[in-house]
Design a protein around this ligand. Structure first.
Ligand SMILES: [Zn+2]
Ligand SMILES: [Zn+2]
Length: 97
């Protein structure tokens, strides 16, 4: 079980929004970490160690299966679409399991 946050692009013309854990987290399918796919230009939680063994694997993008991934750092990672700052939505505490 973990929590996810909504990150929104501060550029209103872009409006990109992603719901991610914002770092490392544990879900029902294993350990995930938030990353940007540079090919899809998407921010997502990528599985880095599948349950139940939690043995680390090479992270791959969910969409394109590529490995052109960059770790997400809250406050540092920019919008994958337009490069503007991302803002964490404080009202977006979503619990999932
Ligand atoms: Zn991708
Ligand atoms: Zn943007």
């Amino acid at each position: 079980m973990g929590s996810a946050y909504s990150y929104k692009c501060t550029n209103s013309e872009c409006g990109y929004e992603a719901t991610i854990s914002g770092g490392k987290d544990y879900g029902f399918c294993g350990e995930v970490e938030s990353m940007t796919c540079l090919d899809c230009k998407e921010l997502m939680d990528v599985l880095i160690a599948p349950a139940p063994k939690l043995k680390p694997i090479e992270p791959r993008c969910d969409e394109c299966k590529g490995q052109n991934l960059k770790k997400f750092y809250s406050g540092r990672t920019r919008c994958p679409k337009c490069g503007s700052r991302l803002k964490k939505d404080p009202n977006s505490d979503i619990l999932w399991d």
